[in-house]
Design a protein around this ligand. Structure first.
Ligand code: KG4
Ligand code: ZN
Length: 356
């Protein structure tokens, strides 16, 4: 039988991404234009600038994915595109482009929820059956959900304030880690992980977070604030100023990282207990998927693994490349929907694809 392909288009935040994926989860062609560097220079994402950059790049990125796949648009079965959640101005560029292509080539459009796509990506590379628990931890996301089916998710918890990646990045900046040559070119989180290896996690006590809350929500602003005041206190005590880095930076990194891990583990434990109580996960096939940039932290993985062993639960982490925003996860989510024949919107019904 002829191979079946879906193209995925992602413009929900600061990456213009497109990819062609086949029915078996093979990545046939991909292209990505990241705006991160420009936004870092501007000190944050400015929606109008993000929109203009998506607009400038969308045609090239999508055409390039098709070209890399050595296919033409005629060979594509459907066009999957992120329709929510995200920056409305950015989403609009991707959705509009998808509709334009669909009209031109008479293909259906498959609307995709960005977070659901993140949660499903793992199934492209590993045998993971529904239902499973999924933790998304990155610079933009923090949530714990139960994936029950391709289009059925139960949100158990989310961050009430910052993302864990943001807490890592701001704390790394406060410690001026990028002035250390061993941290050059690393993200804030990777720099903290590296320096933490030289320190003792018991050096400083970080407060427990939401320990009385009987839900699975997260909060990182308290840990971030605690780290900030600890660093300022230590700098004052040791007479450090300017671009100099504290000599005990390893101990601070190790203790901060441990504080983050304890919070994550505590909330996942509650999630596992809840699903056990409600019998939402199969007893013999319990799986937790941890995805997102922060999931590349080996200390975090190791501590979550310990918890999983206790609950007789399998831990699966997709490769880092598939954890970040890209067209691949959107295309794969499209394939998953195509297989079930759900959510295919035909050209005549485009009014149904509304941005939420
Ligand atoms: O998923 P991701 O690559 O991109 C978005 O958030 O869009 O996540 C990036 C975040 C950054 O905040 C970065 O500091 C964090 O993931 N990160 C880490 C590590 N590597 C990247 N955090 C902790 N430990 C790491 N090894
Ligand atoms: Zn994302």
């Amino acid at each position: 039988c002829t191979p079946r392909y879906v193209i995925g288009i992602e413009t929900s935040c600061d990456d213009t991404g497109a990819a062609v994926v086949d029915y078996h989860g093979n990545i046939i062609g991909e292209a990505l234009n990241s705006q991160t560097r420009i936004h870092v220079e501007m000190g944050g994402i400015i929606p109008i600038i993000a929109r203009d950059l998506h607009k400038q790049n969308i045609t090239n990125v999508v055409d390039e994915a098709i070209k890399n796949a050595k296919l033409s648009y005629q060979d594509i079965e459907a066009i999957a595109v992120t329709t929510e959640p995200g920056l409305a101005l950015s989403l609009f560029i991707g959705v509009n482009h998808a509709k334009m292509l669909a009209r031109k080539y008479r293909k259906p459009v498959i609307p995709i929820h960005h977070m659901e796509a993140h949660a499903l990506t793992v199934r492209m590379v590993e045998r993971v059956e529904f239902p499973y628990l999924v933790l998304l931890v990155s610079g933009g996301h923090c949530l714990l959900a139960l994936a029950q089916d391709v289009n059925k998710f139960l949100l158990l918890g989310r961050s009430l304030d910052d993302s864990p990646g943001d807490a890592f990045d701001k704390t790394a900046r406060q410690m001026k880690l990028k002035n250390l040559k061993e941290c050059a070119g690393l993200s804030g989180g990777a720099a903290v992980e590296l320096m933490a290896k030289t320190g003792n996690p018991k050096s400083f006590q970080f407060p427990g977070v939401l320990s009385q809350n009987r839900d699975c929500n997260f909060s990182f602003s308290g840990l971030k604030f605690h780290a900030k005041s600890l660093i300022l206190q230590e700098e004052l005590k040791q007479g450090i100023d300017g671009g100099n880095v504290l000599p005990n930076v390893g101990d601070i990194c190790a203790s901060f990282q441990d504080g983050i891990v304890k919070h994550l583990v505590h909330r996942i434990r509650r999630g596992l207990l809840y699903t056990e109580l409600k019998q939402l996960l199969s007893e013999e096939n319990k799986t937790l998927v941890v995805s997102g940039g922060v999931a590349s932290n080996m200390y975090i993985r190791q501590e979550i693994e310990k918890l999983c062993q206790h609950f007789n639960c399998r831990l699966v982490c997709p490769p880092p490349k598939l954890c970040t925003d890209n067209g691949i996860m959107i295309a794969w989510n499209g394939i998953e929907k195509l297989k079930r024949e759900i959510d295919l919107v035909q050209v005549n019904d485009f009014d149904e694809i509304d941005l939420k």
